[in-house]
Design a protein around this ligand. Structure first.
Ligand code: FE2
Length: 277
């Protein structure tokens, strides 16, 4: 799959709250959603929505009185009610969600970072769309026991991918979660294991590879791993979707023609390009 076009201006923005850098400070910012076209999607799949790094909370809206939800719990409803219909995508069951990790921030927004349960974010995406595939970020745990992976079954349309490949809706989706680091800590692998994980899933020739950290891009400001980039460039070109580090230019093309789409703190909607007459 190849991205053939991505909008430079967002279609819309969703306001949210973020912890400020000074203690006790809470800032308002906005989550942009971008429209993009890909060369093809399997029949029956009208769009993919991809996002990562929503370490924010919703703005108070008077409807939820049990604390502010994680922003990722509110994004699916925003997309299905306000954004996708504008693009003529009227059946959310024909849409798949791609989650590239880091959906947690502390409830009081009194500090940045923290690790916590993001199961409800996965549930909200799955309930809104036909299926959800994704990887864990280094701030994500699952359930009250803070497990490294969720108890969510592919039979129910959840495809949690950690050095794994799944087929859904005619699409082969691979994933490598976490970051390079001390393997004793949550969602981390040593560099050798991390590189081997990319090679293992790329051997399956996925249509799309999801990762949290991942290859660097070709331009300045497209931070990531140079060694993962070297591995990716050995394989035939494909589409990689990643988060973890924000890129102002969200799309990179590597030496072998592989594309890297960065969805850190943004949503990208991928739709099939209209067929030429
Ligand atoms: Fe991260």
């Amino acid at each position: 799959m190849r991205v053939t076009w991505i909008s430079t201006e967002p279609l819309a923005e969703l306001p949210y709250l973020n912890a400020g850098r000074r203690k006790g400070e809470i800032l308002e910012d906005r989550l942009p959603v971008f429209d993009a076209l890909v060369d093809r999607l399997p029949t029956g799949l009208d769009a993919l929505v991809a996002t990562a790094d929503l370490q924010f909370r919703e703005r108070p809206n008077g409807r939820h009185h049990h604390g502010l939800r994680l922003l990722g719990e509110t994004v699916p409803e925003w997309l299905t009610e306000e954004i996708l219909p504008q693009l003529g995508v009227d059946n959310p069951q024909c849409v798949g969600a791609l989650l590239c990790g880091d959906f947690y921030t502390v409830p009081a927004l009194d500090k940045r970072g923290g690790i916590g349960d993001v199961t409800d974010v996965w549930r909200c995406f799955r309930e809104a769309f036909g299926w959800t595939a994704g990887v864990a970020g280094n701030h994500d745990s699952f359930g009250p026991e803070a497990a490294p992976r969720p108890r969510l079954s592919p039979r129910q349309g959840y495809f949690f991918l950690d050095e794994e490949v799944a087929e859904t809706a005619g699409l082969r989706v691979a994933g490598v979660g976490g970051v390079i680091g001390d393997p004793k800590r949550l969602q981390r692998r040593c560099e050798e294991d991390y590189l081997n994980a990319f090679a293992a899933v790329l051997d399956h020739r996925p249509d799309v590879l999801l990762c949290h950290d991942g290859p660097e891009g070709a331009e300045r400001g497209q931070a990531g791993s140079p060694t993962v980039r070297e591995i990716v460039e050995v394989y035939p070109p494909g589409l990689i979707v990643r988060g973890h580090a924000h890129w102002s230019n969200p799309l990179a093309t590597l030496a072998n023609g592989a594309q890297v789409l960065n969805v850190d703190s943004r949503v990208v909607i991928l739709r099939p390009a209209p067929e030429r007459e």
